[in-house]
Design a protein around this ligand. Structure first.
Ligand code: T1G
Length: 706
């Protein structure tokens, strides 16, 4: 063995403990340690059975994902298959004792055991497709043998975990152990000692007849094409499971290994592995140590019960934190509470929450007529109308009524946090918590750092975002922060393209085919074209004279076409908000463009994508350079979780790296030549392109310099 795997004895039962914190990932040396332990117990006549258990908080959470990068850059391909066969062929029964998560290679290890017992709170799964790969150690071959083909396809192609209780009902877990897992597992091992141990690979009773399974695979492929649009791994997983129902086990494993390797070397997998680590990287703030004291947040208040305020109140209530909810008057508050109740009711209807859960949450939201009760809360989130004067008044009031040490947060989406903080006597307690609409659905939370926001307040909000089920990303206090600042140029280009002759639907389709959840113009209709219109009017005086700005959306707003809310915007909407192309808009834009002397031309989908996506990248490079985002990966995580950017492309900055920054920079220079100053290449993009570097390498430089 080695220090990753140790053996102890409970009389005639050997206990093999895997100890590789924090999640017992199957990194180098670990499979070898398990193998040595299995050989040892088989050579020891005093041992009648063995238990394999994870040290610390979990069983084995899978292969070490960090190893994949080494494999795809020429390192040795490490396979677990030989180890799993040796366990399965062990002369003595091996019982896998599962707590925490048995994911990926962890579940494959467990299935190579003869039996599996688990704590009721444990989870099992094959989440590999979330990394753009598929199980690579027999998971697609053993799982159908234990749970049947339909469930195995669902687990391998969907990637979602299954509770231990469900796993027990499926036959994947042989016994649930309440209380002391190890003691229960040893007792179970003693029961099966000396009896013939079932080899999973030899069990075929659940594979089902080909006629039946053919329908399962066809349905699974349809579902994957719809729900996992653009992703390759789910389809590969289905192919691997299907191979397992048609081939002998060894050949099925070979088919799986081939599909696994194809996925592992794909751009999609590299992007999704970047996202996996990126979602954890963004929590690390270079100048705020891990041990920074956190401020307890056990009760909050929300000012404003509109769409955002109501959604934010639900977010805290869903996390079990009591919420006071205030608005200008009782009528507004009643409206807000009604909207909350409706939102919860539709979540129950959709099966997202039980009625009992919703009843409990509603008890946590208390509408209040004034600020009196604010004196005891730990944090206030302001979510009033997006106007600076009103926000400053609210913060002055909060400064007066809230207790010392309370966090004062604004949900503003574009306004200056420092100016808001300046209306209080405690700017160190002021921060931005920019939720994305609908707040109770979207995972992204931009935490906006003010010049004087204290480290404790920042660290608390970053930690709190996890508790709220959000991805918190720290951003700087520039106009639009990071997400919206980049979204401006992205949507500007979409409008320009229509003004230059592209069809509205063609612009949106090009970006949806690229992988965006929704096209840029349809997104404007959803959010309300009047939102941007109001902001543009507020900042018109800052626009540089002589620079071409889009005009179409302003004109549409002047005609009262705000989008879905007025059933007319770029598209026309029926009463169920179903969109259809509106020839009137096409005619209007053609007229406006002709009046402005903009030459019309045929525009390819490729140009549409380059103009919109590279506008994101160019602005993102400026934001990085100006220090308003800590890393390029932070920008990627923002775009995946707040703007519907396809995760299998890793985010706008990772996508640019994949295309190659020289190519991106070249294209930006072309647009700069054709369309003028707005396309001025960001100096960082130019530098990295000329040095043959990537944004990912820029991030590494940043980490090294911190
Ligand atoms: N490999 C390497 N590091 C991992 C890891 C893994 N599998 N899982 C987690 N970590 C790191 C993570 O980056 C973080 O590091 C720390 O552990 C805590 O993680 C052969 C090919 C298990 C549910 O996809 O789902 O097996 O930031 O913050 O919230 O067929 O981690 O502290 O430096 O997420 O308690 C399949 C991925 C791999 C599981 C725990 N397995 N992990 O969640 O902690 S492919 C997975 C998770 C595979 C086989 C195939 C979660 C968790 P740091 P954390 P957590």
């Amino acid at each position: 063995m080695n220090n990753l795997v140790r053996i102890s004895k409970d009389n005639d039962v050997a206990v093999i403990t895997i100890d590789n914190p924090p999640v017992n990932a199957l990194g180098p040396g670990l499979p070898e340690g398990v193998l040595a332990a299995i050989d040892e117990i088989n050579g020891d006549p005093a041992v009648k059975a063995a238990v394999v258990i994870g040290g610390g908080r979990t069983f084995v959470a899978g292969a070490d994902i960090k190893e994949f990068g080494k494999m795809t850059s020429g390192g040795p391909r490490r396979s677990l298959l030989p180890l799993l066969l040796r366990i399965e062929d062990s002369g003595k029964p091996v019982v896998m004792a599962i707590h925490g998560s048995a994911f990926g290679g962890g579940l494959e290890l467990a299935m190579a055991g003869h039996y599996r017992v688990a704590s009721p709170t444990a989870q099992v799964g094959q989440p590999e497709v979330n990394l753009g790969i598929i199980p690579g150690a027999g998971g697609t071959q053993r799982l159908p043998r234990l749970v049947g083909v339909a469930k195995a396809v669902e687990m391998c192609a969907g990637g979602k975990p299954v509770s231990a209780r469900e796993a027990a009902a499926l036959g994947l877990v042989d016994r649930l152990i309440e209380g002391d897992l190890l003691a229960g597992a040893v007792a179970f091992a003693r029961e099966v000692a000396g009896k013939p141990a079932p080899k999973t690979r030899a069990r075929a009773e659940k594979l089902g007849p080909a006629a039946e399974t053919a329908a399962i695979f066809a349905a699974a492929r349809d579902a994957a094409a719809k729900k996992q649009r653009g992703l390759k791994a789910p389809l590969a997983a289905i192919d691997a499971v299907e191979a397992g129902t048609k081939l002998p086990f060894e050949e099925g494993c070979q088919a799986e290994a081939k599909l696994f390797t194809e996925c592992l070397f794909s751009d999609q997998s590299k992007a999704l592995i970047h996202v996996f680590f990126g979602e954890r990287e963004v929590a690390k703030i270079p100048d705020i140590p891990k041990e920074t004291a956190l401020i307890p947040v056990n009760s909050v208040a929300v000012v404003g019960s509109g769409t955002m305020g109501g959604g934010i109140a639900m977010v805290f209530a869903n996390a079990g934190i009591p919420v006071l909810l205030k608005d200008v008057d009782e009528a507004a508050l009643n409206l807000g509470m009604e909207k909350i109740r409706k939102n919860y009711a539709s979540s129950v209807q959709r099966g997202r929450f039980t009625q009992a859960f919703v009843d409990e949450r509603l008890k946590l939201i208390t509408p209040v007529p004034d600020y009196d009760a604010f004196s005891v809360v730990d944090m206030v989130i302001e979510a009033v109308f997006e106007g600076m004067a009103l926000k400053k008044k609210v913060f002055a009031d909060l400064d007066r009524v809230c207790r010392p040490g309370a966090i004062l947060a604004s949900n503003t989406s574009t306004l200056d946090i420092d100016e808001i903080a300046g209306s209080t006597s405690r700017p160190e307690a002021v921060i931005g918590t920019h939720f994305f609409s609908p707040a109770n659905v979207m995972r992204l939370l931009e935490i906006v750092r003010g010049k004087k926001s204290s480290k404790e307040v920042i660290a608390t909000c970053m930690q709190l975002s996890k508790k709220l089920g959000k991805i918190g990303v720290l951003v700087g206090n520039c106009r639009g922060f990071v997400g919206n600042r980049m979204f401006g140029p992205y949507r500007r280009e979409a409008q320009f393209l229509v003004e230059e002759g592209a069809e509205v639907e063609a612009v949106d389709k090009a970006l949806v085919d690229f992988g965006m959840a929704m096209g840029p113009l349809a997104t404007g209709d959803l959010a309300g074209l009047d939102v941007g219109w109001r902001i543009r009017k507020e900042y018109r005086h800052l626009e540089k004279p002589g620079i071409r700005q889009p005009f179409a959306e302003d004109r549409l707003c002047e005609l009262g076409r705000y989008g879905q809310k007025t059933l007319k915007g770029w598209y026309r909407y029926d009463e169920n908000r179903r969109a259809s192309a509106d020839p009137e808009v096409t005619a209007l834009v053609q007229k406006w463009s002709a009046d402005s002397g903009i030459p019309q031309r045929l525009i390819s989908a490729a140009e549409i994508v380059d103009r919109c996506i590279y506008a994101l990248v160019n602005e993102g490079a400026r934001i990085l350079e100006e220090g308003y985002a800590l890393r390029a990966v932070d920008i990627d995580i923002i775009y995946l979780n707040g703007y519907g950017f396809p995760a299998y492309r890793g985010g706008p900055m990772w996508h640019a790296d994949t295309v190659g920054l020289q190519k991106v920079y070249q294209r930006v220079c072309e647009f700069h030549k054709q369309h003028g100053e707005l396309w001025e290449p960001a100096p960082l993009l130019q530098r990295l392109a000329e040095e043959g570097k990537t944004f990912a390498e820029f991030d590494k430089e940043q980490v090294a310099a911190a």
